[in-house]
Design a binder for this molecule. Structure first.
Ligand SMILES: Nc1ncnc2c1ncn2[C@@H]1O[C@H](COP(=O)(O)OP(=O)(O)O)[C@@H](O)[C@H]1O
Ligand SMILES: [Mg+2]
Length: 109
């Protein structure tokens, strides 16, 4: 069984074809590195796989569930992605600062 299946995926943003016929399969249990230069379409494909974007053409499935159908199912809640521009580090700093403040408050009681 394939954990992820991507067949001839295309994604256009206006006149910009971000993904051109991308195909690959990842068997269940396999660790897969997804590398490419900035702007090559990694995030776009991950967003298609997690039902945050619809492909212009092609077929993508996670655990045999077509990503087009995933939006309305509980399957979508079983996984997620953390992209490089998600703002984690700004929030992480705030969380750390709050923890430090909490620690200071406790130690000053
Ligand atoms: N929401 C969007 N609207 C228009 N163009 C986009 C959008 N998201 C990505 N792109 C374009 O799609 C291409 C691939 O981007 P992206 O998937 O972010 O690449 P990577 O994650 O590999 O850096 C780039 O040319 C980018 O400008
Ligand atoms: Mg990216």
């Amino acid at each position: 069984m394939n954990a992820i299946s991507v067949q001839n995926i295309r994604k256009a943003f206006g006149g910009n074809m971000a993904l051109k016929d991308v195909s690959f399969e990842i068997p269940k249990g396999e660790i897969f590195g997804f590398l490419g230069p900035s702007g090559s379409g990694k995030t776009t494909l991950l967003k298609i796989l997690t039902a945050q974007l619809e492909a212009t053409d092609g077929h993508a499935a996670v655990m045999e569930m077509p990503s087009r159908m995933m939006q309305k199912t509980a399957q979508k809640r079983r996984f997620g992605i953390l992209t490089d521009n998600s703002g984690l580090y700004e929030r992480f700093y705030i969380i750390c600062r709050n923890l430090l403040l909490t620690k200071c408050c406790i130690s000053s009681i």
